[in-house]
Ligand binder design. Structure first.
Ligand code: FA5
Ligand code: MG
Length: 438
């Protein structure tokens, strides 16, 4: 209780988020680290991995309307109630979600916008945004991440059936020609039922269309990498539960020896269709986790890197291209120079580079010859090399939980350490090549 009242005492009366002021109350639990992330809009940056991936998926679903720019600040009704989350659902708890105050929160998933986008009359749509969850913290979980919601509406009349039949035939032919291994689940079961508003065969066609659509997306995204003849792409469908879909599924992809959960999906419950004023239509929907996919495609080892403002991260990526991330150090470099007279039999730059690598290993980030000069009288040559020492231990920002203090795991090389390394290099230069240090 004392902790609570201390919190209340330290709570500012209002919060300014995305240029607007909001009153706080006893429910307010949004932290400064999260406030900082609002408006970063990584998914709108064409050269950011999240933005690149968004564009790739949008071009795969080329006849879908792509939405973005919806505010992350929503009512709990929109995030939970409209989607049929029960009053006691754990996701609503202060321990799981970020609240601005009693009446407003940060959306925890893109499904929060389903009702309003269906209500606009869009029949095929995608929606990308940042979402916020108080979740565990590790290399694949972060309290801010990105989702892309997608949905396709069909009429429940004969017209809808014809559309499904044609599309299912086209998609299954495409998939039959590719190297993909799909571990399937039944379209429905007693634990994953078809709601009574559906005719069973219509629902089965819809589930088939959902599975075919997502399997072909997986193939488009991962096929080039894992879907070769030697290594087929492996996709696994699992029965799942969401309050707003039934039947529901999760899709996992096998990558580097692990199954990675990529998305949740299912047939949209009738409640959503009614709230959106399209009670006579049916729809499937999915929600993809963009970071999980981007980590695989770009070989990004830690989810925190997406938030990096370091140009060594940002400058690695270009619009429309999937490229492999090259790790770098977060610590400042520290350089030392060494100048010496060349031995009379000469010496190649590469001999110097190898000797440095042998002596100090990866702690040398780069070595450059920065000056060369020949004495006019003696004709002896002197060269100066600059060695950049830097630890590669970790390449990420501070652990989030410690955002307010210095990262105790950070390891900058101390001046003494660098001096010792450099002295070792000089000693070996003398021993091995007989150079005369200037
Ligand atoms: C949902 O959020 C549902 N709204 C998905 C959905 C949409 C179902 C439409 C049915 C119809 P889930 O909580 O499983 O489901 O999250 C979806 C995906 O987001 C996950 O598969 C995962 O890829 C990603 N994800 C979830 N939590 C995190 C996290 N903390 N950090 C990064 N990615 C996450
Ligand atoms: Mg899940």
């Amino acid at each position: 209780r004392r902790f609570r009242s201390a919190l209340a005492a330290s709570r500012p009366p209002t919060l300014t988020l995305l240029g607007k002021e909001y009153p706080t109350d006893e429910k307010t639990n949004i932290t400064p680290a999260i406030v900082d992330k609002l408006g970063r809009n990584l998914y709108l940056q064409p050269s950011h991995p999240i933005g690149i991936l968004r564009s790739l998926i949008e071009s795969h679903f080329s006849n879908f309307t792509a939405h973005s720019g919806f505010s992350p600040i929503v009512t709990p009704a929109k995030n939970f109630d409209d989607l049929g989350f029960p009053a006691d659902h754990p996701g609503r708890a202060l321990s799981d979600s970020y609240y601005i105050n009693n009446g407003l929160m940060l959306r925890t998933h893109t499904s929060a916008h389903e009702v309003e986008v269906f209500a606009r009359g869009d029949r095929r749509w995608l929606l990308t945004s940042d979402v916020y969850r108080r979740d565990e913290i590790d290399s694949t979980h972060y309290p801010v991440f990105h989702q892309m919601e997608g949905a396709r509406v069909f009429s429940s009349s004969q017209e809808g059936i014809d559309e499904l039949e044609a599309d299912n035939a086209r998609l299954s032919e495409h998939l039959a020609q590719s190297n993909i291994v799909i571990e399937d689940v039944p379209h429905s079961s007693s634990t994953n039922p078809i709601p009574s508003v559906y005719a069973t065969d219509h629902a089965e066609r819809m589930v088939r269309n959902l599975k075919l659509s997502l399997n072909s997306l997986m193939l488009a995204l991962f096929g080039g990498r894992a879907g070769s003849a030697e290594e087929p792409l492996q996709v696994r469908w699992i029965e799942a539960y969401f309050p707003f879909t039934s039947p529901s599924f999760e899709v996992e992809v096998f990558f580097h020896g692990k199954w990675i959960e990529i998305l949740g999906c299912g047939l949209v419950q009738q409640r959503t269709m009614q709230l959106a004023n399209i009670p006579h239509d049916v729809s499937w929907a999915f929600g993809l986790g963009l970071e999980r996919i981007a980590m695989i495609l770009f070989a990004i080892p830690d989810i925190r890197l997406f938030w990096s403002t370091d140009s060594r991260f940002l400058e690695q990526f270009t619009p429309g291209n999937i490229t492999t991330f090259r790790p770098y150090s977060k610590y400042p470099p520290s350089h030392r120079d060494v100048s010496f007279w060349f031995p009379s039999e000469g010496l190649h730059d590469n001999d110097v580079f190898d000797l440095v690598r042998d002596t100090v290993g990866d702690l040398a980030e780069d070595v450059k010859m920065i000056d060369s000069f020949t004495h006019p009288k003696t004709q002896r040559t002197s060269r100066c090399y600059r060695i950049n020492y830097r630890s590669m231990d970790k390449y990420v920002c501070k652990p989030l939980i410690l955002w307010y203090i210095d990262n105790p795991f950070a390891r900058s090389l101390s001046g003494d350490e660098v001096n010792t390394l450099h002295a070792g290099v000089i000693t070996r230069l003398k021993e091995k090549f007989g150079v005369e240090i200037r």
